[in-house]
Design a protein around this ligand. Structure first.
Ligand code: SF4
Ligand code: SF4
Length: 80
């Protein structure tokens, strides 16, 4: 990717919300992984993580289906 496009890409990412896991609440049921329409969630042991965040469309399907309220959408922290 061209270096000059990186600041724009960073700004776009800072506008997006991505799922964040509360590890204390997750039971490892895997429902969030199964419902993701872009298959960007995967399991690390029994915990979901986001190996392909660029594919996340912030649809919140994983948040809604989680029976433990272990997921929430949150914006990435801004860089100083
Ligand atoms: S917000 Fe939507 S696209 Fe993003 S990880 Fe969750 S289900 Fe997948
Ligand atoms: S749906 Fe919720 S409890 Fe189940 S694996 Fe995903 S985050 Fe954990």
């Amino acid at each position: 990717m061209a270096a000059r496009s990186q600041p724009l890409l960073r700004r776009v990412w800072q506008q997006r919300e991505l799922p964040v896991l509360d590890d204390r609440l997750c039971t490892g049921c895997e429902r969030c992984v199964g419902v993701c329409p872009t298959e960007c969630l995967a399991l690390d042991g029994h915990r979901p993580w986001l190996p392909r965040p660029e594919h996340c469309v912030s649809c919140a399907a994983c948040v809604v289906i989680c029976p433990s309220a272990a997921l929430a959408l949150a914006r990435l922290p801004s860089e100083a």
